[in-house]
Design a protein around this ligand. Structure first.
Ligand code: FES
Length: 63
């Protein structure tokens, strides 16, 4: 009997990143794939990160 797949936990941080259980591969619209093997990966949701698609905490800075 096949084992049911476990749901991956994703946490949305208000005003910040989306935390995803790693490892993670993020595919961008240009076909680039960014991989992170961290236990929890912070994916940028604000588009201000200099390391996009990974969060670099730039979302904390006021504009
Ligand atoms: S969410 Fe942190 S830099 Fe974009």
């Amino acid at each position: 009997m096949p084992t049911p797949r476990e749901a991956r936990v994703v946490t949305v941080v208000p005003g910040g990143p989306v935390l995803v259980e790693g490892p993670v591969e993020v595919r961008l619209d240009d076909g680039t794939v960014v991989r992170s093997d961290r236990f929890v990966v912070a994916v940028c949701a604000c588009r201000r990160s200099k390391r996009y698609p990974l969060c670099d905490t730039s979302h904390r800075k006021r504009r």
